[in-house]
Structure formats: structure tokens, C-alpha cells
Ligand binder design. Structure first.
Ligand code: 5RP
Length: 250
């Protein structure tokens, strides 16, 4: 199974909505902040806008990026990056999402950066999600849930994942597919079989559960499988979502 693509349904309208959310996110940035930068098309817009803001207002801002791609982009627009492994806190982090619900629970990881994204989201005082409103859902799960695994004894990990899948999948979900996400057009890291590898060298399986009615217990069960490094359920991290010129708060 190929992983979900980051292609918007209505490009122009969706782009404008992402742009509006990113502009709104800029208003949360103050001088001397340490800022976490997300990954994906919405986060990219924010990175570009932040680069402009820092330049025009001559701000002292330092950033940490959630992917090599975002780091590259940040440097290209003149943002300063803190060295990996030496940052103990962030003032704010701005990132996109693949889905969100009205309790500010998210699915993330469509771009394969979920592990770094969750580390950053948990390290910051203020985790702000920017998203066009096509990402809003009543119930999480239509977007296949990315689960990041170590690249070792994959069949053993699949067996455990299948048990979890069968416990939580909606009756409308397809059967469990024991395959890792394949490399997509712009992905750089792969193994010899064209399996997508994250920046940290892990593989991802996308669980097409269709409807996740109990995300808290699903998250708990996934965390208990050896070999699973992280999953794309961000249930407590977001405190603000900026979407469709609205601010959703906890
Ligand atoms: C990457 C992510 C992204 O935030 C998510 O995929 C949304 O991307 P986009 O802004 O391109 O729709 O979680 O791992």
C-alpha cells in the first residue's frame, strides 16, 4: 500500500486556507523565541513567511526543524537552526496535520516526520496546528494512521499490528495489509525494495482503520508493541488549531 499523498482536494482554495492559517500563526511569534518548525506543505508556507518576518523585522529567532526537508527550507529562507540534541525547550511549534477533530486530537505523519514532530510537539509550551478545514473530521481515522517501526524483523511486528488492527478497525475498513509505505515521488530515503524510510531510518505502515472510535486505547496498545517507535495519534499535544480563519482552543 502506498502511503497517503499530501495532495489537496482543491488546490487553490486549499492553498489559500493554508496560507491564511500560516499568516495567523505568525502573530504568535515574538522576538527571542525558539520555534519548532513542522513538516509538509502547510508548514512550508509558514517557514517561508517566518523567514520573511525575521528578515524584515530583524528578529532574533532560533528554530528546530522536524525533518531534513524543513531544515533545508528554513536555511534557504535565512532562518537560524539550533544544533540537534542541544535544545531543551521551545517556546512554540507550528505544524500541519492530516486530520483533526473538535477535541484538538490529530492524525499526523502523512509526510513521514511523525516521530520528530511528536518530540517537538511535546517539548514546546505552545503547539499550534495550522490546517485547511478539509482536515476537520467528526471522528479520526479516514486518513490511514501512520505507525513508525524499526526496520528489523518486520514480519514479527506485522503480526502484532494485525491483532491491534483487527481490534480497532471499523467494519468498513479493508483487510490488514502487511506492507510498509513505499517511496513516493519526492521521498529521498528508501531501502533496496523501495520502502520509504524516515529521516531517522525507520519504516512506516499506514493503518487504514476508517474510523477510530477509541484513539486513547489504540494509542496505548500501539505503544506497547516492541518495535513501534511512534504512531501518528497526537491526542494531547495541540493546544490551538488555526483553520478557516478560526481559532480552536482547548
Ligand atoms: C508530516 C505531517 C504533516 O503535518 C501532515 O502530513 C500535513 O501535511 P500538509 O500540510 O502537506 O497537508 O504530519 O509528517
Amino acid at each position: 500500500m502506498n502511503g497517503p499523498l499530501n495532495i489537496s482536494k482543491n488546490t487553490d482554495k486549499a492553498y489559500q486556507a493554508k496560507y491564511d492559517a500560516a499568516i495567523q500563526a505568525l502573530t504568535y511569534i515574538d522576538n527571542n523565541m525558539r520555534v519548532g518548525l513542522g513538516t509538509g506543505s502547510t508548514a512550508n508556507i509558514f517557514i517561508d513567511l517566518l523567514g520573511d518576518k525575521v528578515k524584515t523585522e530583524n528578529l532574533n529567532i532560533h528554530c528546530v526543524a522536524t525533518s531534513d526537508e524543513s531544515a533545508k527550507r528554513a536555511l534557504a529562507v535565512g532562518l537560524s537552526l539550533l544544533p540537534d540534541a542541544y535544545t531543551d525547550y521551545l517556546d512554540i511549534a507550528i505544524d500541519g496535520a492530516d486530520e483533526f477533530d473538535n477535541q484538538l486530537r490529530l492524525i499526523k505523519g502523512g509526510g513521514g516526520a511523525l516521530l520528530r514532530e511528536k518530540i517537538i510537539a511535546q517539548a514546546t509550551k505552545n503547539f499550534i496546528v495550522i490546517a485547511d478545514d478539509s482536515k476537520y473530521v467528526d471522528t479520526l481515522g479516514a486518513f490511514p494512521l501512520p505507525v513508525e517501526c524499526v526496520y528489523y524483523e518486520l514480519k514479527m511486528i506485522f503480526k502484532n499490528l494485525e491483532v491491534i488492527f483487527n481490534r480497532y478497525a471499523d467494519s468498513s475498513a479493508p483487510e490488514f495489509i502487511p506492507e510498509f509505505r513505499k517511496k513516493r515521488k519526492n521521498d529521498i530515503n528508501t531501502d533496496n525494495n523501495n520502502v520509504f524510510l524516515t529521516n531517522l531510518g525507520h519504516s512506516i505502515i499506514d493503518l487504514d482503520l476508517k474510523t477510530i472510535t477509541d484513539p486513547e486505547n489504540l494509542a496505548y496498545d500501539l505503544q506497547n508493541i516492541a518495535g513501534i517507535v511512534e504512531h501518528g495519534l497526537f491526542l494531547k499535544e495541540a493546544n490551538i488549531i488555526l483553520t478557516d480563519n478560526r481559532v480552536l482552543n482547548k
